[in-house]
Write a protein that binds this ligand. Structure first.
Ligand SMILES: [Fe+2]
Length: 182
């Protein structure tokens, strides 16, 4: 299986937008923590997070193919379980997030957006951020309105309470804060 650094190098070959690369780093860090939380293969979960949007610039406006193309592009690097999660993170493809890994990626994708938005309005960014900060932002519908609260809340489907999920996400992103400029 592909290592985290190999996955990052592969992403950089296909994705020019730095924010998008940072998004994948963030989702990767969150997925690793969720994998650890469940006692699963955290390296695999981390790689799935890193690679999930690798097709973003290639699929462009054709959002129906987003995720499907990523899965094709990394087919040699991940087991089928990981490829399924990547397809299902965009349910417009017709694939639905059902397994623990699939739902984790789906919810982590949205959570990372909420945490980035929350960090950007704090003077100290991610430093010192707590779950309560995200909980407050979640309730404010006008804040980061493009981030789906519903998608984030799917963490409960896999038995992770909302607050714990926020803490996992925040701590994961804090661990790479320098790298993602937050
Ligand atoms: Fe994503």
């Amino acid at each position: 299986m592909i290592t985290k650094n190999e996955a990052l190098e592969l992403v950089k070959k296909h994705v020019r937008n730095k924010n998008l690369v940072n998004h994948m780093l963030a989702v990767s860090a969150i997925m690793k923590r969720i994998g650890e939380h469940f006692g699963e293969d955290a390296d695999l979960w981390e790689a799935v997070g890193m690679l999930h949007d690798i097709d973003y610039e290639e699929t462009g406006d054709d959002f129906t193919r987003h995720g499907l193309v990523s899965a094709e592009m990394v087919a040699d690097h991940l087991p089928e379980e990981g490829l399924r999660a990547i397809r299902a993170h965009n349910e417009i493809t017709g694939f639905k997030a059902e397994s623990r890994m699939e739902v984790s990626l789906f919810a982590a994708d949205a959570l990372s957006g909420m945490i980035v938005a929350g960090a950007l309005v704090r003077p100290t960014k991610l430093e010192g951020m707590k779950a309560s900060s995200i909980r407050r932002r979640m309730k404010d519908k006008s804040f980061a309105r493009n981030v789906s609260r519903e998608n984030i809340m799917r963490c409960e489907e896999i038995g992770i309470p909302m607050n714990d999920f926020f803490t996992i996400g925040i701590e994961a992103m804090q661990s790479i804060s320098d790298r993602i400029g937050l």
